[in-house]
Design a binder for this molecule. Structure first.
Ligand code: AMP
Ligand code: ZN
Length: 147
């Protein structure tokens, strides 16, 4: 069945990010409104690796409407300095992949916010899941920094 520009890579009902949104799968959620959710990546490149996603399922960038683009950009801009400051990072990578050819692995649109450090090679994908304890602790620190 054909869906988005690259085909229906993952049906919405099987989408892990839709499951986190609906509460059917666990997630370390930092923020949510009607259009956007921010939560921690389960396999962070570095501690504090955050994802910003639309609430409505979109496989990739090509079907987002202007309101969603705006809401995603606003939360990305809001979280960028918070993630950098709380993690003590030297820089922050903001990345977004569309389609298998671009390296996308979860087919619900998302923007990565990745804390970067001098001397540590830049990556977009982490290698292993973080401990739930470490994720919960970082989520708590980021939520506190929002206030
Ligand atoms: P991408 O390759 O750009 O599609 O990135 C997908 C990201 O989703 C990867 O960094 C994964 O670690 C992350 N991810 C996959 N499953 C989950 C999950 N259940 N909770 C949080 N992050 C996830
Ligand atoms: Zn989805």
């Amino acid at each position: 069945m054909q869906g988005g520009l690259f085909g229906d890579e993952t049906a919405t009902e099987n989408c892990i990010f839709c499951k986190i949104i609906s509460g059917k799968a666990p997630g370390h959620i930092l923020y949510r409104d009607d259009e956007v959710m921010c939560f921690l990546d389960i396999a962070p490149v570095s501690v504090g690796h955050t994802l910003v996603i639309p609430i409505k399922h979109h496989d990739n960038i090509f079907t987002l409407n202007n309101s969603e683009v705006s809401a995603l950009a606003i939360q990305t801009r809001r979280f960028a300095p918070i993630v950098k400051r709380v993690t003590g990072a030297d820089g922050l990578g903001v990345h977004q992949l569309n389609g298998r050819a671009a390296g996308q692995t979860v087919f619900h649109y998302h923007t990565h916010l990745i804390p970067c450090f001098h001397g540590k090679p830049m990556q977009i994908h982490g290698r292993k899941p973080a401990s739930q304890t470490a994720l919960a602790e970082m989520a708590e620190r980021l939520r506190a920094a929002l206030k």
